[in-house]
Design a protein around this ligand. Structure first.
Ligand code: ADP
Ligand code: MG
Length: 628
């Protein structure tokens, strides 16, 4: 038997280990299973190249909880260690790894997040155990060894009795960590970190129902048998070649990743690069609503099939964090803070690769099955619009497939739209006027007025659309987006046939005074216009610029006008050529005129959705009086 002192410079490293990674204690299990996996894969490699002359077989890794004995066992059938190897890899290498790690991150320990993932390796066992044993037998001809250490820098190493190849790690779980003796807790960890690791992991057994033997009676119970409970899928879809996967396989893998999600994904993107960095993965476009606060943290990051985190901030661009799926890359540095990560060259490349792949996938969907793409547009637009806003590279590509649906469900690309309206939707400065509505119901009468003149009206209803319009207006030449209720339609779009007002200046003056007296509300500006006699007599409009700024403030990106609320500003546009307007002017009694104005004004408010409360009640009463 050999005893000795682990080569220490920090007097007692284990309390430190324990304290340092307090919140992340649970990762010890992932570390130990990773080691068991590595040991098994190394053996596989050695047998494959003929270096190890042993039968590889079908090795598994087993986790056993001994609640009574307060022990946790991690058992593998990998390559094992000889005495020399234990001394070298456990006493020297593993320890110096742990020491180095602590040294480096002692001070930045508070900057958690990704720190704490990997690096501590074997010694992370001491976060939850006050004594750790290793019983190991190498595939080489050498006696089995038994190493144990009680958390002080002293270890003990002696020969052991173990006939089968591999390593068993025994943790004597500390009193403050007994949660790790609960089956449920261990199951939870295995599912979280090891669900897709490459070697089958056994945790207990389960009962499997067998088919009934022939001639069995109806009431006979089906026979059962106890089988290994394997908790992982060692060959998850992302590790396979796209050519070997069918649509059904991708959907099946989605269900594996998100068992509680019953909605199917819209489509997927298989990532697969090995140069200049290594990355595989599958991203899914889920059905997204117009809610910007959709749950993020749905993309899982793996390193060689070991779960690392579900926070991929900094690794994929913000707009893609709305997607779901898996990214697996050994090239993402993990022992660093988020801010460092974002500045890392490899990570930048990874991020732009993913962005490009997503853009290419969307482009090919658009090109190859436009109908399908249109049908999905509503569910994916938020990601695309957000991407166009935040990533210029993505904007360039998406500009060719981003869709602009009309109120009647015709989908145009920007270019198609431009082509369609260039001859009859321009303003007095020859700018293209893109009319849109944000709500079909609320803006109904305005939409109808525009359609009656043969104009196209888009339906733009996502929460960030104001920001995107702003961007399009600056990046395209001579384009302006105008909501249908921003002004009278004839003011928005240039018309050849200028109307001449039927009213004299005097009449106009008196009309205006009458109107202003009745409205009395400072929020309205009365504007007399000579329109064709078929157009509405009274319309309330809200200038595009102010309204859009207000909306953009409420979806972030404001600031231009501070945080204060901007006032509501409406125009009351009066068509001086309408019959009703002449009638108001020609009414002899003041009382009757006032009633007409009130009634007309309320109708205009009603059509803009502004008539509410006492005003609405008053309007209804007045209307009954008028019709009875
Ligand atoms: P790393 O895995 O990054 O090398 P660890 O601290 O986790 O660092 O492990 C240190 C070394 O101990 C491993 O490189 C390996 O040589 C050895 N080792 C740990 N666990 C096992 C095991 N289950 N079977 C064989 N060797 C092991
Ligand atoms: Mg390790």
């Amino acid at each position: 038997m050999a005893t000795g002192k682990i080569n220490v410079s920090v007097d007692n490293i284990f309390p430190l280990i324990k304290k340092f990674l307090y919140s992340d204690h649970e990762i010890f299990l992932r570390e130990l299973i990773s080691n068991a996996t590595d040991a098994t894969l190394k053996l596989k490699h050695l047998t494959a190249i003929g270096e190890a002359k042993v039968e590889y077989g079908n090795p598994i890794i087993e986790i056993k909880v001994d609640k009574e004995g307060k022990k946790l066992h991690i058992i593998d059938q990998g390559l094992g260690m000889t005495e020399e190897e234990v001394k070298k890899y456990i006493n020297e290498v593993a320890f110096s790894g742990a020491e180095e790690f602590l040294d480096k991150y002692k001070d930045s320990g508070k900057d958690t997040g990704i720190i704490g993932h990997f690096g501590l390796g074997f010694y992370s066992a001491f976060m939850v155990a006050d004594k750790v044993e290793i019983i190991t037998k190498s595939f080489k001809e050498a006696p089995a060894m038994h190493w144990s250490c009680d958390g002080s820098p002293n270890f003990e190493l002696k020969e052991a009795k173990k006939d089968d190849r591999g390593t068993e790690i025994i943790l004597h779980v500390a009193d403050d960590s007994t949660e790790f003796l609960e089956d449920n807790r261990i199951s939870e960890l295995l599912v979280k970190y090891n669900k897709f690791m490459p070697i089958p992991i056994k945790f207990g057994t389960k009962t499997e129902t067998l088919p009934k033997p022939e001639g069995a009676k109806e009431e006979d119970p089906a026979p059962t048998k106890e089988v290994d409970n394997i908790i992982n899928n060692p060959v998850p879809a992302w590790t396979k070649q796209p050519a070997d996967l069918k649509d059904e396989d991708y959907k099946g893998f989605y269900r594996e990743l998100y068992p509680t999600q019953f909605e199917e994904p819209l489509f997927n993107i298989h990532l697969n690069v090995d140069y200049p960095f290594n990355l595989t993965g599958i991203l899914y476009f889920p059905k997204l609503s117009n809610d910007l606060n959709v749950q993020k943290d749905r993309i899982q990051l793996y390193q060689n099939q070991v779960f690392v985190t579900d926070n991929v901030e900094g690794i994929v661009p913000e707009f893609l964090t709305m997607l779901r799926g898996v990214i697996d890359s050994p090239d993402i540095p993990l022992n660093v803070s988020r801010s460092y990560l974002q500045a890392d060259g490899a990570v930048k490349k990874i991020s732009s690769y993913i962005t490009r792949k997503v853009a290419d996938k969307l482009a090919s969907l658009f090109k190859n099955s436009r109908e399908d793409f249109e049908a999905k547009w509503n569910d994916i637009k938020i990601v695309i619009e957000y991407g166009m806003l935040s990533e210029d590279k993505f904007f360039e590509k998406a500009d060719k497939f981003a869709l602009y649906p009309t109120i009647d469900n015709t989908y145009f690309t920007f270019e198609e739209l431009q082509e369609k309206i260039k001859d009859n939707q321009t303003d007095k400065d020859d700018k293209l006027v893109i009319l849109y509505a944000s709500n079909k119901e609320e803006q109904h009468s305005y939409i109808e007025a525009a359609k009656a003149k043969g104009y196209e009206v888009l339906l733009m209803d996502s929460p960030i659309i104001g920001h995107l319009m702003q961007k399009l207006e600056t990046s395209k030449e001579k384009v302006s987006f105008v909501r249908v209720d921003a002004d009278h339609i004839d003011n928005l779009i240039k018309k050849e046939d200028n109307q001449i007002s039927k009213l004299s200046d005097e009449e106009k003056e008196s009309l205006k005074t009458n109107l202003e007296e009745v409205i009395a509300d400072k929020g309205y500006t009365v504007q007399l216009e000579a329109m064709d006699s078929e157009s509405s007599p009274f319309i309330i409009t809200e200038p595009e610029f102010m309204r859009r700024m207000k909306e953009m403030q409420s979806t972030g990106g404001g600031g231009m006008f501070g945080r204060g609320n901007m006032p509501e500003m409406y125009n009351l546009i009066v068509n001086t050529n309408h019959e009703l307007v002449s009638e108001i002017l020609n009414t002899k009694t003041a009382k009757k005129r006032e009633r007409l104005i009130h009634q007309s004004l309320d109708l205009a408010k009603l059509s803009k959705g502004l008539l509410k409360g006492a005003e609405l009640t008053e309007f209804i009463k007045r209307s009954y009086d008028m019709v009875k």
